[in-house]
Design a protein around this ligand. Structure first.
Ligand SMILES: Nc1ncnc2c1ncn2[C@@H]1O[C@H](COP(=O)(O)OP(=O)(O)OP(=O)(O)O)[C@@H](O)[C@H]1O
Ligand SMILES: [Mg+2]
Length: 235
C-alpha cells in the first residue's frame, strides 16, 4: 500500500534518512521502532510531504507520493497524527472536529466517518465539545487528534508516538481503540517508544537506526529476541 524505496531526506544541511526502505501493507499495522533520534518522525514527515524527498521513491497504491504537498498527501488518503498532536488551541473540540469532517470523501465502499462515529469511539470528547483545545488533558488531546484524523476518511492512518506522556489508563484506552480500528481493517503505521504497546498492536515491525531500516519481522520475533531489542532499542 505504502512503499518507500531508497528515500533520502533531512533538514537543511543535515541528512537524516539514508536510503530508507519501508513497506506498509493494506489492512495491517506496521510498527516502526527505534531509539531516540533514529529518524522515525523524520520518516513520517517525509511521507506526509512536510519534508522534501531528496532522492528515492514513495508510492501509495502505486501512485507517486514524493514531491507532493501535505494537502495532496492527505487528500490521497493518508491521515497523520503528529507527535505534537497539533490541536488548534483557540478552537473548541467541536470546531477542531468540524474542520476535518467532510473534507475528503471516503474511498469506494468505505463508510464515511462522521462526528457521531468518532464520538462513539471517544465518548469523552462528546462531553468536552464546547471546551477549548487548551482545556483538554493530554489524553483528551490525543483522542481529539485521532478523531480528527479519522474524519479525513483515511485509507492509511499514521501515528507518531500516540502514548507519549499519557497516564497508563489512557494508554490502555488508546490501545483498545486502535485495536478496534485494526480489527475493522484500518491500515496503520505506528511509531512508538512503548515496546509493549507497539508489538501488541502490530502485524509487522520495522526497526530504524540512523535513518535506515535495520530489521524487519513479526512482533513475536522481536518480543522473543532480547539481544535484538537490546541492540537496536536499548530495552
Ligand atoms: N527540525 C530539525 N532540524 C534539524 N535536525 C532535526 C530536526 N528534527 C529532528 N532533527 C534531527 O534528526 C534526527 C532524527 O530525528 P527524529 O525526530 O526523526 O527522530 P525520532 O526517531 O523520531 O526520535 P524520537 O524517538 O526521539 O522521537 C535527530 O538527529 C534529530 O536531532
Ligand atoms: Mg520522533
Amino acid at each position: 500500500m505504502l512503499e518507500l524505496q531508497n528515500v533520502n531526506s533531512g533538514y537543511g544541511e543535515t541528512q537524516v534518512l539514508h536510503g530508507m526502505n519501508l513497506t506498509a501493507e493494506k489492512g495491517r499495522v506496521l510498527a516502526v521502532l527505534g531509539r531516540n533520534g533514529a529518524g522515525k518522525s523524520t520518516t513520517l514527515k517525509t511521507i506526509m510531504g512536510l519534508l522534501p524527498v531528496r532522492s528515492g521513491t514513495i508510492l501509495f497504491d502505486g501512485a507517486q507520493l514524493h514531491g507532493r504537498r501535505p494537502f495532496d498527501v492527505a487528500s490521497a488518503g493518508i491521515a497523520y497524527v503528529p507527535e505534537t498532536r497539533d490541536i488548534f488551541p483557540s478552537l473548541t473540540v467541536r470546531e477542531n472536529l468540524e474542520i476535518a469532517a467532510g473534507r475528503f470523501p471516503p474511498s469506494a465502499g468505505a463508510e464515511a466517518w462522521t462526528l457521531e462515529r468518532v464520538l462513539d469511539i471517544f465518548p469523552r470528547l462528546g462531553e468536552r465539545m464546547e471546551n477549548g483545545g487548551t482545556q483538554l488533558s493530554g489524553g483528551e488531546q490525543q483522542m481529539l487528534a485521532i478523531a480528527r484524523a479519522l474524519l479525513l476518511n483515511p485509507r492509511l492512518l499514521i501515528l507518531d508516538e500516540p502514548t507519549e506522556g499519557l497516564a497508563p489508563i489512557i494508554v490502555k484506552l488508546i490501545h483498545d481503540k486502535l485495536k478496534d480500528l485494526r480489527e475493522a481493517g484500518m491500515s496503520m503505521v505506528l511509531v512508538e517508544q512503548n515496546f509493549g504497546f507497539a508489538t501488541s498492536l502490530a502485524d509487522d515491525v520495522a526497526v530504524v537506526s540512523k535513518g535506515q531500516v535495520v530489521w524487519t519481522g513479526t512482533p513475536g520475533e522481536i518480543r522473543s529476541d532480547t539481544a535484538l531489542q537490546h541492540r537496536w532499542l536499548g530495552v
